[in-house]
Design a protein. Structure first.
Length: 81
């Protein structure tokens, strides 16, 4: 993951757990496909860097924040009894 000091570090911690949850789903299901596609997109975002210029950096940081919130919500929901 190529964004040290950003939400990229948080995503790097949460993404493996989400991948494990996706692996437990039936692989032919729509839910498994959607989750895998979302996680692939999140992983791709973390490797893109912040781009060139302040606007692209602003957009990228907001996308990383949304991705981090998504993964954290999944993590929190999975931790509930």
């Amino acid at each position: 993951m190529g964004l040290p000091g950003t939400r990229g570090e948080d995503i790097a911690l949460l993404l493996p757990e989400a991948r494990e949850a996706a692996a437990r789903l039936w692989h032919g299901s729509i839910e498994a496909h959607r989750l895998t596609a979302r996680l692939d997109g999140i992983e791709r975002q973390t490797t893109q860097g912040l781009g060139h210029g302040p606007l692209s950096a602003h957009v990228q940081v907001h996308q990383l924040a949304r991705d981090c919130q998504y993964l954290l919500a999944r993590h929190t929901a999975a931790a509930r009894p």
